[in-house]
Design a binder for this molecule. Sequence first.
Ligand code: FRU
Length: 413
Amino acid sequence: MKESSSPLTYNIFIMKLKRYLFLSCILTALLSMMLLGACSSEKKFKVGISQCSSDDWRNKMNEEIMREVMLHDNVEVEIRSADDSSAKQITDLDYFVNNGFDLIAVAPNEANALTPKIKQIYDSGIPVIVYDRDINGPYFTAFQGADNYEIGRMAAAYVANLTSETPKIIEITGLPGSTPTEGRSNGFRNMADSLGYSIIAQASGNWNETGAAHVADSMITRFPEVNVIYAHNDRMALGAREVADSLGRSDIKIIGIDAAPRIGVQAVSDGKLDATFLYPTQGHALMKTALAILQGEPFDKMRILPSPAHVDRSNAQFILLQDNALREETNKIGQLQARVATFSQRYATQKICYMPLLQLFFFLQSSFSCYYVSIGIANGIIARWRSATTSSPTNATNSTASTTNCSKPQARN
Ligand code: FRU
C-alpha cells in the first residue's frame, strides 16, 4: 500500500513545488523591477518665489535665482510677481500653498497687509524666507535683506558731492508701509540733520516712475529753491528727471537707489542721474539658503547683505562693462543648458522606447533563471532524500526514474 501510493504523492508534491517556485520567481522578478523603477524617479523640491513687483531690479534677482537653479537637479522654481498689489501677492502665496510647494520665499509688498498670511504659512510648517522687504515679526525660517537705514545715511552723506550750496532737498519715497521706505527715509534724515541739510518736502512716488513724476511736477513748482532730489529708487529718480528737464530745471541734481545695471547704472553713465546706491539682489544666495533649509543643512537665519557702495560717473562705465561680461557668460551658460536639454530629451526618448523592452527582458530572464535554478536545487534535494529513504533495488530503480523524470515535468504528466 505504502509502495503504490508513494510515486503519486511524490508527483503531486513535485507539481506543487514547481508551481510554488514559479510563482515566487515571478514575484521576485516583479519586485525587483518595481524597485528599479522606484530608484529612477528622484524627488524634486518645489520652491515658490513671490516677488512683490516686476522691474529691472527684480529681473536681475530672478536671473540670479535661475542661474543658481541650473546647477541643481533636485529643485524647481516658480516665480510669481504681485505687480505691486498686496491682494495679488496673497493670492500668489495661496497658490504656492495649495500646490504643494516645499518652500516659499517672499518679498512682502507691504508689511501690515502681508504679515498675517506669511505668519499663517510659517505656522503651518512650510519653510518661509522673507527677503528684501520685512514683515511685522519674526515669522520666517530665514531673512535676507540689506540695511536700508545705512543706505539712506550713505545717500545723505553723498549729497555734499553734488552742490557747493546748502542742499535743499525734495525726498520722493517708496510705498508707505513697505519697510525699505522707512529705513531709507530715517537713515537719510538722520544724516541730513547731522550735516545741517534741509529736506524741504517729502511725498511718496509708490516706487514707480509715474508716481514720482507727479510728485516732482507739483513739488518743483511749489519749491523752486530745490537743488537736490533724493528718490528711494532709480525708477522714481528717472521719473523726476524727466519732469525736471521738462520744467527747464536740468540744474537739479538727482540721486536714486538700486544701481541695477540696465536702468540705474546706465542712467548715471548717460548723465541722467547723478548717483545711485547699490541695493544688493543676491538671488543666488537666496536659492542657496532655500536649498540648505530643504536639505536640512546649516544656514544663516538673518543674512544682512553687505553695506552699499555708490555708483557715479567715476565708476558707472566700469560697472556696465562688468555687467556686459556677466551677461555674455550667462548667455553661454544658457546655450550650454539648451544643449544639455537636447541631449536629455534624446536620452528620455530612448529611455521611453527601450525601457519597456529592457524591463521585459529583465523580467523573463530573472523569472526563468530563478525557476530553473530552483528546480535544479529542488531535484538535487529530492534525489538525495529519495535515495536516503529507499534501500531495496526496486525502490532504488523507481527512485532514479522519478528523479530523472522530475526534471521533465511534461513527460510524466
Ligand atoms: C523693486 C523695488 C526697488 C527697491 C525695492 C525695495 O521692486 O522697488 O526699486 O529698491 O523694491 O523693496
